[in-house]
Design a protein around this ligand. Structure first.
Ligand code: SAH
Length: 349
C-alpha cells in the first residue's frame, strides 16, 4: 500500500466515501505524497511524455504563434506572458527562442508561471531565468495577457456523475475492507431527465480558471491557447474518461494512489462555454501545427542537422499524424470578441 493509500483509507473510514475530484486532488496534489509534488513525471524515465518533450518544434510553433499575436496587438509593452502548468519549462524556453523572430517581444514579456510542484519549479527556473511564479492568475499583475496551457486542465480534479432511474448519482471512492473501491453517491436532489446510463464530467476548478482567464483577457486584452487531449460533441466518448498512467502504460486509477498520473479528457465544447464572452476557435493539434508552418521547420532543421533527419521526421509524425497526437489533441484559442482570429485559427469554425 502506498503511504497515500493509508491516509485515504483512514479518511474514508472516518468520514465516508469521497468524490472522484477529491480523490484526484489528493493523488496529484497531496502536500507530502501527491504525484506532482514528489516527482518529475515527464520523459522516458517518468510516466508520460508531452508534446514539448517530444520535439523542440512544438514549443517553437507556440513561440511563433505568441509572437504573431503580439505583433497583431500592436506590440504591447510590457505584457504578461503566462504559462499554466509549465512542466519542465521546455515549451516556454523553445517558444521564447523562436519568438526572437519578433524583435522586442522578449524584452516586453513579463513571464509568469503557475506551478504547484516544487520539483518542476526547479526545472523551470533552470530553463527560464527570467521567470516569476504565481499561485494563481490573481497574483499576476494587470495588463494585456498572453497565456498558454499544454496538458494542464486535464490534471485538475474532475467530478463524475451517472444518470440512474433514481436520478443523477456522483461517482465516489469508498472502502471494502482496506481496499479502495468505486461507488456511487445516493441520488442527488433536482431530478434527472437524462437517459439512464448517461454520464457527465465537471471540473469546477478548470471552469473557474477558464472564467478568470476570460474575464482578464476581455478587460485587458491578449489571447489564450489551450492544448489538451479531449473531444467535442461529435466524438464524445462512450463513458467516463478518467485514466491513470504508470510508467507509460495504462493503470488502475485506484491501485497506487499518488504513484500514477491521473487525467481526464477535456470537453472542448464545455471549455468554450466557460470562456465566454471571448471569441474561440478549436482546431486539431495536427492541423494547427501545419498551419503555423511545422512542415517548413522540419525541412530547415533536417537540412541543418542531416544526422537527425530521421528523428525529426519521427517527431513530426508523433505530433501531427491523425493516429498519434494530431487529432485526439486539440488546440483552443480564445481572444476578445470582435477582434481578428489569431494565426492558425482564421478559418476555423
Ligand atoms: N505543460 C507541460 C506539463 C504538463 S503536466 C508539458 O506540456 O510538458 C501538468 C503540469 O501542470 C505540471 O507542471 C504540473 O505540476 C502542473 N499542475 C498540476 N496541477 C496543478 C495546479 N493545480 N496548479 C498549478 N499547476 C498544476
Amino acid at each position: 500500500m502506498t503511504d497515500l493509500a493509508g491516509i485515504l483509507c483512514a479518511q474514508i473510514r472516518a468520514g465516508g466515501p469521497i468524490s472522484v475530484a477529491d480523490y484526484m486532488a489528493h493523488c496529484l496534489g497531496h502536500p507530502q505524497h501527491g504525484y506532482y509534488i514528489t516527482r518529475d513525471p515527464l520523459g522516458a524515465a517518468g510516466d508520460f511524455t508531452t508534446a514539448p518533450e517530444i520535439s523542440q518544434m512544438f514549443g517553437e510553433m507556440i513561440g511563433l504563434w505568441l509572437a504573431q499575436v503580439w505583433l497583431d496587438a500592436g506590440r504591447p509593452a510590457p505584457f504578461r506572458l503566462v504559462e499554466l502548468g509549465p512542466g519542465r519549462g521546455t515549451c516556454m524556453a523553445d517558444a521564447l527562442r523562436a519568438a526572437r523572430a519578433a524583435p522586442g517581444f522578449a524584452e516586453a514579456a513579463d513571464l509568469w508561471l503557475v506551478e504547484t510542484s516544487p520539483r518542476l519549479r526547479d526545472e523551470q527556473a533552470r530553463r527560464l531565468p527570467s521567470a516569476q511564479w504565481a499561485e494563481s492568475l490573481d497574483d499576476v499583475p494587470d495588463g494585456p495577457t498572453m497565456l498558454i496551457a499544454n496538458e494542464f486542465l486535464d490534471a485538475l480534479p474532475v467530478r463524475q456523475f451517472l444518470a440512474t432511474a433514481a436520478g443523477w448519482r456522483e461517482k465516489q471512492v469508498g472502502l471494502d475492507g482496506d481496499a479502495l473501491i468505486w461507488g456511487l453517491s445516493p441520488p442527488l436532489p433536482g431530478g434527472c431527465d437524462a437517459r439512464e446510463g448517461s454520464w457527465r464530467e465537471e471540473s469546477p476548478m478548470a471552469e473557474r480558471i477558464a472564467r478568470d482567464i476570460a474575464g482578464r483577457i476581455d478587460r485587458q486584452g491578449g489571447a489564450a491557447l489551450f492544448i489538451d487531449y479531449g473531444y467535442r460533441a461529435a466524438d464524445r466518448p462512450p463513458g467516463f474518461t478518467l485514466q491513470a498512467l504508470l510508467r507509460h502504460a495504462p493503470a488502475d486509477p485506484l491501485a497506487e494512489p499518488g504513484a500514477a498520473d491521473l487525467t481526464w479528457l477535456i470537453d472542448f465544447d464545455r471549455l468554450t462555454e466557460s470562456l465566454a464572452p471571448l471569441a474561440t476557435a478549436c482546431a486539431p493539434q495536427g492541423a494547427f501545427l501545419a498551419r503555423l508552418g511545422i512542415g517548413q521547420r522540419v525541412a530547415a532543421l533536417a537540412a541543418a542537422k542531416p544526422d537527425e533527419a530521421e528523428t525529426i521526421a519521427d517527431a513530426l509524425e508523433r505530433l501531427t499524424a491523425a493516429e498519434q497526437m494530431g487529432t485526439l489533441f486539440k488546440t483552443l484559442a480564445a481572444w476578445p470578441a470582435g477582434q481578428p482570429a489569431p494565426p492558425g485559427f482564421e478559418e476555423v469554425p
